[in-house]
Design a protein around this ligand. Sequence first.
Ligand code: FAD
Length: 516
Amino acid sequence: MTDRYDVIIVGTGAGGGTLAHALAPSGKKILLLERGDFLPRETQNWEPGAVFVDGRYISPDTWYDAGGTPFQPQVHYYVGGATKMYGAALYRLRPADFGPIRYSDGESPAWPIGYADLEPYYTRAEWLYQVHGNHGEDPTEGAASKQYPWPPVSHEPRIAQLADDMAASGYHPFHAPCGILLDEDRRPASTCIRCAWCDGYPCLVHAKADAEVIAVRPLLGLPTVTLLTGAEVTGLATDPSGRAVTQVRVDRAGQRETYGADIVVLAAGAANTAKILLRSASDRHPRGLANGSDQVGRNYMFHNSKAVAALAKEPNETVYQKTLGLNDFYLSDGSRPPLGNIQLLGKSNPAAMKGEEPKLTRLAPHWSLEEVARHSVDIWLTTEDLPMPGNRVTVDGEGNVHLAYRFTNATETDGLYRELKTILNKTGLAAHHVLSKNFYMDMAVPIAGVAHQAGTARFGPDPLTCVADITCKAHELDNLYFADASIFPSIGAVNPALTVMANAIRVGDHLAERLR
Ligand SMILES: Cc1cc2nc3c(=O)[nH]c(=O)nc-3n(C[C@H](O)[C@H](O)[C@H](O)COP(=O)(O)OP(=O)(O)OC[C@H]3O[C@@H](n4cnc5c(N)ncnc54)[C@H](O)[C@@H]3O)c2cc1C
């Protein structure tokens, strides 16, 4: 079967879902191909054991590390993609992130566009995803043409105290940008009940601003938009010249199908976008589609992150904890390189912390795990990792993903942790403990925590070093685009989703103009 559309979008996450939403008003015939289904709304959505221990919503994929060791990556194949599970901390990259940045292990390359180019799209993404915050509080942020659509989510008492303690010690805490459907002034009208099940959980009441709720669902009744779920794209075929994608090959319910469109957009997430290209090798594209540069799959990034449980004597009764951020160490102060972002995580609970029990109860020997969870303030540290050519996704003969990754910027990661310890000492949170990444990522192998995956098809003007051009069109093809985190030339040290969404809207404007 070959059906024809104006645009086919592969993937419905932060990139693909947002792009579809941006393009739909053009009236063009759009096909969304999503390998997953709708995430079921069920009581397990909010059960930490089901979500964090049993990994109920994680794909059964097996990937392999550089040594060939299998691992289960933390990927989520649903309508809405990774945003179904995300913490909805919707940060802009800082203006400095768009330029080159020197780190101890090398240089983070500049983006081919500047902060000012993306700013209007950041604003549109913040309004679409209903972000709560207060532009102007964080000294590191760039100028915003418009305030957030919603005021910042208020701190609960323990976090308000922490913010005050930080400010009294000379730091600059700010209200973190949160994408939740919360109206604190008219609470009965709000769908968000301000619960603890946001960061890392699907939202049972659809009150998290994820790509399914915000971008894809509103399109479902439109006659011009078709969504096929359970539709895994396995490859793309081109015309004899190799310049135009003519067929999108799909496995759906055990059947092979093909679809065609004037424009094809890959937004399958960094690793899967690379996988689709690499599996689409042909005579014209022997190393994989759009891969004459041998850059497809390379420069994979996913942040250098640490979760920290800071234990204080007084209990922390906070429910929705993700309201505070700190960027005092985000930029270089001249004497040291940039270290990264500090923000609060969703509140920990005993069931989710189960895997960390021995370490945590050794740290606080008089407390049960319940008490440890009750007293902890949960903090997330993010340092930028570098796009290294050898950090790369490849695909073997059976179509399995192999992920080679070497950590970078350990000096900066350690520096950020040292600064955090100083903060904790100054704010009465002296006892603390670093948890491994699996606390948040639910994975024993660090590289399996692929939540912030980016790179693999970076964009830029030079076809020798970049897969896509500045419009996010593949250099080597006339009708193939990218709209996910694969295009990131560097990742900065803030959460990536808002940048993916903003860029997808930018790509949407370009495509609407091209198709006019
Ligand atoms: C637990 C968790 C917490 C996070 N918290 C935050 C946060 O607080 N803030 C933030 O900014 N970011 C956060 N992130 C990261 C954020 O969700 C991602 O950066 C973002 O969703 C990436 O967008 P994307 O479009 O590249 O990929 P995705 O959103 O993952 O979308 C990819 C889509 O493609 C589909 N797909 C894959 N392969 C195929 C195929 N072959 N055929 C068809 N469809 C396919 C997938 O099912 C998926 O729907 C978090 C992620 C996780 C997992």
